[in-house]
Design a protein around this ligand. Structure first.
Ligand code: GAR
Length: 206
């Protein structure tokens, strides 16, 4: 069984979706650590209520960058982490962690990457940009994390169609629903060791 560490800064609806799939026995894994920069995040509250270890890592507690990066490494070692899931985590993952967990860090992004990815594109900003561009489709992407923001190998994507009167709030809800299906799916496949990466391309076997 894989040990999973979730990194979340906000509400944590993706974290919860994955947690419930594990509880239902659909995913063969265990979330044994929740890392957040934000002690008031909904994700933190949920972790406490469900007896998941919580670690707050931010610039206030770790003003020294090296110490902060070492702390990430230490807690992940301590929890024997096999897989890191970024679930609305709004801080950059340090290079030492990306290196050590090559193809073992996943992220969910609320657009069809490579569209609307990179610096400044997170959360509701993404949906605003999609609406402003009059796109007919949007969607969500689960990808592995590498050193380039939102550019790691794509694991799975799913599209949604925009309605004529779509606004960024309704789009956000639609996309989040998709995230809650594709992210647990990708995690399940990882835990079953059914994800293969060859030359930066991801293959999922049945
Ligand atoms: C999700 O929509 C996720 O795709 C987005 O933040 C939201 C977190 O929601 N992530 C990014 O924009 C990363 N660039 P949640 O806290 O309810 O899971």
């Amino acid at each position: 069984m894989k040990n999973i560490a979730v990194f979340a800064s906000g509400n944590g609806s993706n974290f919860k979706a994955i947690y419930y799939k594990i509880n239902d026995g659909v995913i063969n894994g265990k979330i044994n650590l929740l890392v957040s920069n934000n002690p008031r995040a909904g994700a933190v509250d949920f972790a406490y209520k469900n007896d998941i270890n919580v670690k707050i890592v931010n610039d206030v507690r770790y003003p020294n960058e090296n110490k902060k990066n070492n702390e990430y490494k230490n807690i992940l070692n301590l929890h024997k982490t096999d897989l890191i899931l970024l679930a609305g985590f709004m801080k950059k993952i340090p290079k030492n962690i990306i290196k050590k967990f090559n193809n073992k860090i996943m992220n969910v992004h609320p657009s069809l990457l490579p569209k609307y990815g990179g610096k400044g594109f997170y959360g509701i900003n993404v949906h605003k940009a999609v609406i402003d561009s009059n796109d007919h489709f949007s969607g969500a992407t689960v990808h592995f994390v590498n050193e380039e923001y939102d550019k790691g190998p794509i694991i799975i994507q799913k599209k949604v169609k925009l309605e004529v009167d779509e606004d960024y709030n309704s789009l956000s809800e639609k996309v989040l629903k998709i995230e809650h299906t594709i992210y647990p799916y990708a995690v399940r496949k990882f835990c079953e060791e059914n994800i293969i990466i060859n030359k930066n391309k991801v293959y999922i076997s049945e």
